[in-house]
Design a protein around this ligand. Structure first.
Ligand code: GLN
Length: 232
């Protein structure tokens, strides 16, 4: 579409939910993080120009992609069958599990899922963490009234620190980051083995070019540099 034939390359507008450090977060008014650098590098190497980032609610990312407001999702988004019915994903670029966060010095220190019996659990709405909480609900471990859905994980963790929920279920690297920066710790891990991919519209043939760029970024060591920069 939009290429006007001048020397300017075609723009690809990326979207994220900047409350998921170290993948994407706000720092001094800028949106920064691993996903941001990885996506911009891939867009650039694929021969496009990265437009300015749209910061959206997680649940708005897929609709915004499909209505053309954004062209690429980079948001620590897990490749899931129900999402694959709506969008395409790049090859996986990250593997994660879920972690259960609790107050660092609180009385509540669960060692496994069964210890969540009767506890209140916070998640970000529309995430795989919410999916794990719903599984615990179906298994009768937690009650519907005790499942708190937040618009983003920063608000969920603030409520955990404030004592309004007993635990938060969130992707493992993000939990680790929260535990380094706030008064919360990882109680235990739920092994989900989920994989993150970037999202693009199903009819966007630039996906193959983005995949090639991601492969090149891995092969030449840039990927490892980004991991070192944002995770170590
Ligand atoms: N990986 C999780 C998911 O895809 C959470 C992503 C996020 O909160 N940004 O549902």
């Amino acid at each position: 579409a939009g290429c006007s034939g001048g020397s300017d390359s075609e723009t690809l507008v990326p979207g994220t939910n900047a409350a998921f450090a170290p993948f994407e977060f706000e720092e001094n008014g800028d949106i920064v993080g691993f996903d941001i650098d990885l996506a911009e590098e891939a867009i650039d190497r694929a021969g496009y120009e990265a437009g300015s980032w749209s910061d959206l609610e997680f649940g708005s990312l897929i609709p915004s992609l499909n209505n053309g407001d954004i062209d690429l999702i980079a948001a620590g988004m897990t490749i899931e069958p129900d999402r694959q019915e709506q969008i395409d994903f790049t090859d996986p670029y990250w593997e994660s599990n879920q972690s259960v966060l609790v107050q660092s010095d609180g009385d509540f220190q669960p060692e496994g899922e069964s210890d969540l019996d009767g506890a209140s659990v916070g998640v970000q709405g529309g995430t795989t963490g919410e999916g794990e909480a719903e599984r615990l609900l179906e298994e009768g471990v937690i009650a519907e009234d005790d499942l708190e859905r937040y618009p983003n994980y920063v608000l969920a963790v603030e409520d955990l620190e404030g004592g309004n929920v007993d635990a938060v279920i969130v992707d493992q690297p993000v939990a680790k980051n929260f535990s380094a920066e706030r008064d919360v710790s990882v109680a235990f891990v739920i092994e989900t083995g989920e994989q993150f991919g970037m999202g693009m519209r199903t009819d966007d043939d630039r996906l193959a070019e983005i995949n090639d760029a991601l492969a090149e970024i891995r092969e030449d060591g840039t990927y490892d540099e980004l991991v070192a920069e944002w995770f170590e």
